[in-house]
Design a protein around this ligand. Structure first.
Ligand code: SF4
Length: 347
């Protein structure tokens, strides 16, 4: 075992770069330094595995190949192309940031870390990733991968849920940063997802195992340290799937509490519709900080006048299964529509 106190920490960065040169994942956005595409990929893959998000990424950049095309597209279409990735507020922010680039930067993606940080929805991690990969800035793209890998390498018990963790690990990263920070940031992404995984890391295959104090001390499972657990809040929701002859009613969500700008079924109905309730389905659904219990009432209206009165009073949108493809719904409601369609076809 090498004595970690006498090590030149910069060699850790160099070893990681050597490993990356031989093992970098062959991904479409690795073939480009176009900041637009790197930005979109960073946002798409923030919470989504590469294998799950790759088709979405490819479809998104095919339809919106540059900032201008994205900025000029209708928001509904941007949301539609984001379908399946969740976190729709990210799509809304991407769209707004593209418009910001057109108005504030004459359509040219800003080169500077501080300027990139001014774009809507772009945080320090994304600004560092884009500026280092595309414009050779020296900013480490510190995220959960960095926390995990660095806390293990240095057997550092700094609490990663502490509000100062970002600054702390950014400083720690300076010890190991090589000259080519863009490749280093990408190497950390690959090492964190392929080797130094949260559970069961592949330490024996790791290029840094000789330098990793947690591994050398046989204490890998003790890092990173995370004390504060955010307890998910419980939330009860009711929806009414009001339908007639294959058509049903929807509206676009206005509040941004959850599911911003997505479409939903009516959250309430009038007295006149109560007799048309046929059944109720209970669905449990987890969001990052919320446990949702959703009751979805099946309201099959066989009176044309009641149906029309309800629509006129509430200004709901009438759609059908085909039409619903053009809109983005929260996952539980999308599943409900799918099941309804299957049953409706059978009847
Ligand atoms: S040796 Fe293990 S714990 Fe240490 S950096 Fe490599 S994979 Fe992570």
């Amino acid at each position: 075992m090498e004595n970690i106190e006498n090590q030149d920490f910069k060699q850790i960065g160099s070893k990681l770069l050597d490993w990356y040169k031989k093992n970098a994942r062959d991904l479409p956005f690795r073939q480009t330094k176009d900041p637009y595409k790197i930005w979109i990929c960073e946002i798409v893959f923030q919470q989504t595995r590469i294998s799950q998000g790759l088709n979405h990424y490819n479809n998104f950049v095919k339809r919106f190949p540059d900032v201008k095309t994205l900025a000029e597209a209708p928001e509904d279409e941007v949301l539609l192309y984001w379908k399946g990735l969740g976190y729709y507020s990210r799509a809304i922010n991407i769209h707004k940031a593209a418009q910001q680039i057109m108005t504030d930067y004459y359509g040219v993606f800003p080169h500077d870390y501080e300027e990139i940080l001014k774009l809507k929805g772009i945080g320090k991690y994304t600004a560092a990733a884009v500026s280092s990969i595309c414009f050779d800035s020296k900013m480490p793209a510190v995220d959960g991968n960095f926390y995990r890998v660095l806390s293990r390498i240095f057997a550092d018990d700094f609490d990663i849920s502490n509000s100062r963790a970002f600054n702390y690990f950014s400083e720690l990263a300076q010890l190991v940063l090589p000259e080519n920070v863009g490749d280093f940031n990408q190497a950390m992404m690959d090492l964190g997802s392929e080797i130094c995984k949260p559970k069961n890391p592949l330490c024996h295959e790791c290029p840094l195992n000789q330098d990793c104090l947690a591994f050398q001390l046989n204490k890998v499972s003790e890092f990173p340290v995370k004390t504060k657990k955010v307890k998910a809040a419980d939330l009860d929701l009711k929806y009414y799937f009001v339908h007639r002859n294959g058509q049903f009613l929807i509206q676009q969500r206005k509040d941004d509490f959850i599911w911003k700008k997505l479409f939903e079924f009516p959250p309430e109905i009038s007295e006149e519709l109560m007799p048309f309730i046929k059944s109720v389905k209970n669905v449990n659904h987890k969001l990052t900080h919320k446990n949702l219990s959703i009751e979805i009432f099946n309201v099959e209206v066989d009176s044309e006048s009641v149906w029309e009165d309800f629509i006129i009073k509430n200004q709901y949108i009438i759609t059908d299964f085909e039409g619903s493809h053009e809109k983005s719904f929260p996952k539980p409601l999308e599943n409900y529509i799918q099941n309804y369609h299957t049953a409706y076809r059978i009847l």
